[in-house]
Design a protein around this ligand. Structure first.
Ligand SMILES: Nc1ncnc2c1ncn2[C@@H]1O[C@H](COP(=O)(O)OP(=O)(O)OP(=O)(O)O)[C@@H](O)[C@H]1O
Length: 357
């Protein structure tokens, strides 16, 4: 059941039970359980079993859930440590996955989502970079509180990415005044994106998140074709117009055979500060229905939070400092990371069978 190693090793019965229980653990993040080869260490210290698991995706916040699952089934206490080690499969240079964050129309919160999603992936144990491909309206410098700062040159060919909160980023906004880029034609914008991607010394990255320009025109299509991406996350709001544009985004990525990882519905609802009631100001269930219609997951429903606009402009970190949107992005990051791992496994011909046990 656990490979040849378990047939010959002298496993303690408790150790064996821990491995068996973990293998039977199921959730949206672990649809195939916790596989025995991910368990790197099990040893007993005093009365507590220390279990170190190396996940092939980023899901550090699952620790408490796994620990309480084991506590329900075991008579001994366990201390779980979840590390992250993505498989050594590179999509581009030393980057393992490129994920596009796109939207059918402007102003739905795509850049806010790209930054928080990147920070959330990082909080879950991944090495992350953020590329601002919104050449005409770069907002990453402002969202990271880096306006006016400039990247340094590594040599005469490469730039060092900017770093804030441990997140590497590159944007045209660090290099030219905003008004200069707005007059560029499509090929120039596409060329600029190419340079930002190729001439930045990203180093080793698990994920490079790309904040795409809003819309579904030629520029977005050309950029998508040039980026060796693993998939796209589409951001929408619950309004009919935004949903119709998100649908165009799905059609555009399908046209170039880029997998849609899922939808994020931003400004999904508003929690009343007085009575705590959930208000669906812009409509209800639109994101859910669009996702179901296209057979893609709805990754997150992010609430409208009045502090976001003000604090974003100051470059606040909503993932480090808990806010109403933190857990939504954290969960979304874990889900996407787990899905991409499964997707690449399936592409390698390994069939994962999800059972009910
Ligand atoms: N969940 C939210 N709650 C409240 N305000 C939000 C939320 N998400 C984003 N915003 C605000 O909405 C505005 C637009 O967000 P953002 O710049 O991320 O959108 P965008 O889709 O990237 O726009 P564009 O494509 O035009 O650059 C910003 O002022 C941002 O602070």
């Amino acid at each position: 059941m656990f490979g040849i190693k378990s047939l010959f090793s002298k496993e303690d019965p408790v150790e064996k039970q821990i491995i068996e229980l973990l293998s039977g653990y199921r959730s949206a993040i672990f649809p195939m359980g916790i596989q025995s080869e991910w368990i790197k260490q099990t040893n007993k210290e005093s009365d507590c079993w220390q279990v170190r698991i190396e996940l092939p995706f980023a899901a550090r916040s699952q620790t408490a859930l796994i620990q309480s699952y084991l506590a329900e089934h075991l008579k001994v206490t366990t201390n779980i440590v979840l590390d992250t080690q993505l498989p050594e499969a590179y999509k581009f240079k030393k980057i393992k996955h490129i994920i596009l964050v796109a939207s059918g129309k402007g102003g739905v919160g795509k850049s806010t989502t790209a930054v928080n999603f990147a920070l959330a992936l990082q909080s879950q144990g991944a090495n992350v970079g953020l590329l601002d491909a919104d050449i005409y309206g770069p907002s990453i410098p402002s969202l990271l509180g880096l306006v006016g700062e400039q990247p340094t040159a590594k040599d005469d060919k490469m730039l060092n990415p900017m770093e804030k909160y441990g997140l590497k980023s590159m944007s045209i906004g660090y290099l030219v005044p905003a008004e200069n880029a707005t007059v560029w034609r499509g090929p120039m914008a596409s060329q600029a994106l190419n340079q930002l991607l190729n001439e930045t010394d990203w180093g080793d990255l698990d994920y490079l998140i790309v904040d795409m320009p809003p819309g579904t025109g030629d520029i977005q299509l050309t950029m998508t074709q040039k980026l060796p991406a693993s998939g796209a996350v589409i951001v929408t709001t619950p309004q009919d117009l935004a949903l119709a544009d998100a649908q165009k985004g799905i059609a555009m990525f399908s046209q170039v055979n880029l997998p849609i990882i899922g939808l994020v519905e931003n400004m999904s609802f508003f929690n009343c500060t007085h009575c705590g009631e959930k208000n669906h100001l812009f409509g209800q269930d639109g994101g859910n229905q669009l996702a179901a219609r296209h057979g893609v997951p709805l990754l997150a429903e992010i609430p409208l939070d009045v502090n976001i606009r003000e604090e974003s402009e100051r470059g606040a970190n909503f993932i480090e400092n808990a806010s109403p949107i933190t857990e939504h992005y954290t969960y979304c990051a874990q889900l996407v990371s787990s899905m991409l791992f499964l997707q690449s496994h399936e592409n390698q011909g390994v069939k994962i069978v999800v059972t009910d046990d």
